[in-house]
Design a protein around this ligand. Structure first.
Ligand code: GLA
Length: 399
């Protein structure tokens, strides 16, 4: 049993870059053309709304995935990772297909294959060495950080891709995840990793992916992320089942997207779903969550931490009871954080494990972290990992 709280601090460029360059030389010979990094994310509110055309409010973490990349002109792709030294992959870009290669390599190979499709790209290839420093499987978008870091590198290196802007690049990364890696993600993660603004949360309107940067206005509070270390996999069936239920509800309601029902009377909409109790619960979550996102933006503008916290708790309850994507570890994290004085707490990301977040006064962060740690041990759970989250920069090339 461990008694110390385990923190997962973000690493700096200087802690990663020299080792990554040296590892590149060992793996591929010679030097990379450069090193790029893309952040993971934490979502303040607006969960399972992105694929329903709604709103969400994530920010980029200081925790990033780095990649050292060298362009090559011969249509070959070589991909390796410092975290998985025995899983290097090499092949022709032309042969990359959905699921082949599989596993984490698909997130990189899918991006490269899609970018190579356009005639403007010309003959392209790449040697890519990844160093992923976003906690893996923690619901903090390590996979989006992986696809986005390779994507920005290629756009910088391949002259024919210079015109691909960040919005288009986010679509490429979503396609890579959906079609090549087989994860039906909705676009929030890739958008914030590529288009975040340092020091701000990003209000994403997922009906058209228009953005509003929302400044962090609560100087006395910070976001504490609790990585429960419970299994989290988007590729398994539960996430897809939630998407299917929403699509079924849209068909019954005669709309293309639940977004069209924003502002409608929720009870009246649910009444139209008749005997489909599952669809009613899912739709109630999505419609009420959209309102909470906009209310949280207003609470931040008003510097009202209490109201922000209340909205986060309401979001958690809705995800737990109506959307049914929480789990014991997430509920323990949320309850322990609130019990120790957090202004608000909720699960974040897809759910079924992964991370929760808590809105905590700066002078209470250590106390809340310890209380959560102890609650996990008292419940017989593996100790969580804690990280302090500050709104950080989007994907970029290291200077
Ligand atoms: C995962 C997906 C996102 C989003 C969230 C839930 O993180 O990748 O697209 O759907 O779950 O809000």
């Amino acid at each position: 049993m461990t008694h110390e709280v385990t923190w997962s601090p973000a690493v700096t460029d200087a802690e990663v870059e020299p080792h990554l360059r040296a590892a590149f030389a060992r793996e591929f010979g010679g030097a990379p053309d450069g090193v790029w990094a893309a952040p993971g994310r934490v979502n303040l509110i607006g969960e399972h709304t992105d694929y329903n055309g709604g709103w969400c409010l994530p920010f980029a973490l200081a925790h990033r995935t780095f990649c050292a990349v060298r362009a090559r002109p011969d249509g070959r792709l070589r991909v390796a990772s410092r975290q998985a030294p025995d899983q290097a992959w090499e092949g022709e870009i032309e042969q990359v297909a959905p699921g082949a290669p599989g596993g984490w390599v698909a997130y990189v190979a899918g991006v490269v294959a899609i970018l190579a499709e356009g005639p403007a790209a010309g003959p392209m290839g790449a040697d890519i060495l990844v160093d992923g420093r976003v906690p893996l499987g923690a619901g903090l978008s390590s996979s989006a950080a992986l696809s986005c870091s390779s994507a920005v590198a290629l756009v910088d290196l391949v002259p024919g891709l210079a015109g691909v802007d960040r919005a288009a690049l986010a679509e490429v990364c979503v396609r890579a995840e959906n079609d090549y890696a087989g994860a039906a993600t909705g676009g929030m993660d890739q958008t914030v990793s590529l288009r975040a603004e340092d020091g701000h949360a990003l209000l994403i309107d997922c009906s058209d992916f228009s953005l509003t940067a929302v400044p962090w206005t609560l100087p006395e509070h910070e976001v504490l992320v609790i990585d429960t270390r419970a299994h989290h996999s988007l590729a398994d069936g539960q996430y897809a089942a939630r998407r299917d239920a929403c699509e079924r509800a849209c068909r019954s309601l005669g709309v293309d997207s639940l977004r069209e029902l924003h502002g409608a009377d929720v009870d009246e909409v649910l009444g139209r779903l008749g005997g489909d109790a599952e669809a009613q619960r899912r739709v109630r979550h999505v419609l009420t969550e959209n309102v909470r996102v906009l209310d949280l933006v207003a609470a931040l503008e008003a510097q009202d931490a209490e109201e922000a916290g209340r909205l986060m708790v309401a979001s958690h309850v809705s995800l737990r009871d109506d959307y049914e994507v929480s789990c014991r570890e997430l509920d323990v994290a949320v309850d322990a954080a609130l019990g120790a004085g957090a202004a608000g707490a909720r699960m974040t990301g897809g759910g079924f494990g992964g991370s929760a977040l808590a809105l905590v006064r700066r002078d209470q962060v250590d106390g809340v972290a310890r209380a959560v740690h102890e609650a996990f041990l008292a419940e017989g759970l593996e100790a969580p990992h804690l990280l302090r989250a500050t709104p950080s920069a989007p994907a970029h090339r290291l200077p």
